[in-house]
Design a protein around this ligand. Structure first.
Ligand code: FAD
Ligand code: MLT
Ligand code: ZN
Length: 477
């Protein structure tokens, strides 16, 4: 892979102007490390184009010179996906200036967004038109449409609306040779061979640059209700979800599992956070229901659950402010963990029905095999996806992460594979999980991933060091 020559940098500076080109170390610094501060990279310049045409020209010039490009949106990746390698001088291609909502049609329930549109901005724009974009996550104030598409993000409404993949009706992208793929038209039916849109979704910037997406909107809801429930264990939590789904079909949009240890972290590290319930409970769930009479129906269903002993205590938010405060607790868990100290993160899925037993057995096994560690498993129980994080012993040095921490990760991932699950439910592979994907990935999956990468990006200029190597490159270890 080549470093950019002075002539290429001059050509790019000329193309993008002062707003779109920076080689200033101070300006680049925040974009050279990831949200968790685990990875540090290098770059020769930060490129911020303002149009699809400029993106295409950048890629064409870089392809000609064999110079690597790292696409970047909000830089909230949990797997170092948007952080360049420390070994060479890549170019960071930020989509953040491409932040126009090109069209928002309430009649068609569609929004055409450029890649740099921030998720919270799309939420606001849709709401202003009586619609909503039904995908949300803790990083919504920074994460961009391009990043969400490229990681096939999940979040807290997957239970009802699915992941990003189900919400993308069309895509525009620049391919690794600089050609523009125009697949924005929201066609319901299209059988022209392989599904190229779905190939680009979840590709983590390794097959091209997403420049715009047609996104599916749904009608705004008349009423929503948010509850916080205290209960005994994940098994009971999953049974409660099934009970609620039976009682109020189609209304449960979120069902997020929060262990006492995660709530404690939030209370300790997030200013203004307050425990929602008076007593102490080993586990909690945050439930959100939407639709006609959501509050009354959720209250009745939770009352029954309390009566039958499948919930120990429950509170329904009495105001929007209280509902926001409950969501803030849930959405701050990662931030609280980051402040708390050294931990390894695992974003795993197993079949939904198996998750409670998996969580319980694996937590006991991990804490037994690695004395002093503490499992903090939380998240999207209804999707069979939890963030099975493991905190280091309190006296651990930073080197723990690369030694015992790596052994913990192998232990957890082996358990996931044995349970028929996935080592990346929603965050992607990035650079963090490349060697683990290689270690536990079955040969057929790895062959197909590498073959696709090699066919579309034969020189490997698109986000090198992420997801998989080219077919002929050395395997990550
Ligand atoms: P970046 O971090 O900038 O990039 C992510 C990946 O996409 C990288 O590989 C990058 O190269 C690539 N990429 C970015 N833009 C483009 C583009 N235009 N074209 C091609 N490739 C591109 N994820 C979930 O799924 N569910 C959650 O609940 C969730 N919660 C989170 C909570 C917090 C507090 C944080 C910090 C992150 C969370 N995430 C979650 C991680 C999630 O993947 C990101 O928030 C989001 O999807 C990434 O968007 P981004 O714009 O920040 O992308
Ligand atoms: C979440 O669900 O909060 C996120 O995916 C972030 C995390 O795993 O920490
Ligand atoms: Zn998550």
């Amino acid at each position: 892979m080549a470093n950019p020559s002075p002539a290429l940098l001059a050509r790019l500076a000329d193309l993008l102007g002062s707003k779109g080109f920076s080689a200033d170390a101070g300006e680049m610094a925040p974009w050279l490390t990831d949200w968790r501060g685990r990875f540090q990279g290098r770059a020769a310049a930060l490129l911020s184009p303002s149009s699809t045409g400029e993106v295409a020209e950048i890629v064409r010039l870089c392809a000609g010179a064999g110079v690597p490009i790292v696409p970047q949106g909000g830089n909230t990746s949990m797997v170092g996906g948007a952080t360049p390698s420390p070994d060479g001088d890549a170019l960071i291609l930020s989509l953040r200036r491409m932040n126009r909502i090109r069209d928002l049609s309430p009649e068609d329930n569609l929004a055409i967004c450029e890649a740099g549109v921030i998720l919270a901005h799309l939420h606001e724009a849709a709401e202003a038109q009586g619609r909503r974009f039904p995908l949300s996550l803790g990083a919504k104030d920074n994460a961009t449409i391009g990043g969400l598409v490229s990681t096939n993000a999940g979040g807290t409404q997957v239970l009802r609306f699915g992941t990003m993949r189900g919400l993308v009706a069309g895509l525009e992208a620049v391919l690794p040779d600089g050609t523009i793929f125009d697949g924005l038209a929201p066609l319901k039916k299209d059988n022209r061979g392989y599904d190229l849109r779905h190939l680009l979704i979840g590709a983590e910037g390794t097959l091209g640059i997403v420049t715009a997406a047609s996104l599916i909107l749904v009608p705004a809801v008349a009423e929503r209700a948010v509850a916080w429930v205290g209960l005994r264990d994940p098994e009971i939590a999953l049974a409660l979800l099934h009970r609620l789904e039976e009682r109020i079909p189609g209304a449960i949009e979120s069902f997020e599992l929060v262990p006492a240890v995660a709530l404690d972290l939030v209370l300790a590290h997030i200013p203004g956070a307050r425990a929602p319930l008076a007593g102490r409970h080993d586990w909690h769930v945050l439930v959100e229901a939407a639709g006609v009479e959501a509050e009354a129906r959720l209250a009745a269903a939770l009352n029954d659950a309390l009566g039958q002993g499948s919930a120990d205590d429950a509170l329904i938010a009495a105001s929007q402010g209280q509902a926001d405060a409950l969501w803030r607790i849930r959405d701050s868990i990662s931030e609280a963990e980051r402040k708390d100290g050294i931990a390894v993160k695992h974003d795993v899925s197993v079949p939904v029905a198996d998750m409670p037993a998996f969580m319980t057995a694996t937590a006991v096994a991990v804490e037994g095999a690695f004395p002093g560690t503490r499992v903090i498993a939380f998240g999207h129980l209804g999707d069979g996806n939890v963030h099975f994080n493991v905190r280091a012993p309190r006296d651990a040095a930073a080197s723990w992460l690369d030694n015992e921490g790596a052994a913990v990760t192998r232990f957890v991932h082996d358990a996931v594979v044995a349970a028929g699950g996935s080592i990346s439910a929603e965050h992607g592979i990035g650079q963090m999980k490349r060697s683990e994907l290689e270690r536990v990935g079955d040969p057929a999956r790895l062959f197909m991933l590498r073959a696709i990468k090699s066919a579309l990006d034969p020189r490997g200029i698109m986000n090198p060091g992420k997801l998989v190597p080219l077919a002929h490159e050395p395997r990550p270890s």
